[in-house]
Design a binder for this molecule. Sequence first.
Ligand SMILES: Cc1ncc(COP(=O)(O)O)c(C=O)c1O
Length: 391
Amino acid sequence: MMRRMEQNLRTPGPTPLPDEVRTAQSGQMIDHRGTEFAAMLRETAGGIRELIGGGDESEVFLLTGSGSGALEAAVVNTLSPGDRVLGVTIGSFGDRFARIAEVFGAHVDRLEVTWGQAADPAVLAERLRGSEPYRAVLITHNETSTGVTNPLAQLAATVHAAPGDPLVLVDGISGVGATRFEMDAWGIDLVVSASQKAWMASPGIAIAAVGPRAHAAETTARMPRFYWDFRAARQYAEKGQTPWTPAIAVLYGLRVGVARLRAEGRERTWARHSAVAAGAQAGLKAAGLQLVAAEGHRSHTVTAAWLPDGTDWAAVNGYMRQRGLVVAGGQGPLTGRILRVGHMGDVGAPEIAAAVRGIADALGAFGPPRDADAAAAAVLATHEAALSSVS
Ligand SMILES: Cc1ncc(COP(=O)(O)O)c(C=O)c1O
């Protein structure tokens, strides 16, 4: 059963809002210096900390802005101009994280990995061994531009074993909340996300979870910062407030999204996303497409597939959108060469089966016919098998 008849929004963020979130977000404004707001902020930040496996010493700040703002916050609160930083980049968002550090004056080296592949901990270890110590290593947990999830636990362990024990700063924007994540156990010093991804709220709240080592780094960090200054965020968080006027309506929604995830339970949420992803992968393959991400590293929140040679992406995309299916195209060098199907947050197999059917239909309308029914059936069957193997 399709829950939203108006449009099957399958971008990897923003993601569709559950009705409960939409209702919450239409609530009347409250005083962001009042007790009701303080309770909402504490409940939501505390819930996120629990969901991402943050320990007692870590803090979650809810800042108003998009995910890129949180990336900037991660950089400016921990680093100084001239600091040596390694950007592990496996796609467009890894490039963005490295670029932000560069813009603020860090000396950034890059470990660039072919798009579609994950970073290899052995290659990272080699790179770290062969160079002067780095102050921080920037890693993308889930690379939305290619549908690849990095082996983050191993990469973080590799960084901690390197000379100087660099900080591990993570872009978790499109992974956390949907995919296994253990901030403390994996030694993640700082991770960021954003409300419009697995958290099921509208865009507008940037999430930053700060561990004790990143907190300590704030005192020596000399990059310029004002709006994103964690010292201000902390001072106000102690009173249940934010330093600046927050996106109150988005926080209403985020509180509900977080409560839903807590009610579902982390393991069940992760298993649901994993099963839906398996369905998406099987369905796109059954539609005759090849996946961008290397096997073993495929994301549970977004699946990217190569478009057949000669596809007129604008025409195919227009055809799908006229029929209410909205998927994402490629970014940067992959523009016009791939499509991406988002499956994070409030998602189940029926929406993905409908999306895969729509993709097969659209490609068939402009090229050789494809069996859309078989592709949709493959989504449902694979999803079912994946779910029953974990229950
Ligand atoms: C992995 C990743 N990093 C960064 C961003 C940028 O977030 P925003 O568009 O909210 O600034 C996104 C958004 O899609 C993302 O998926």
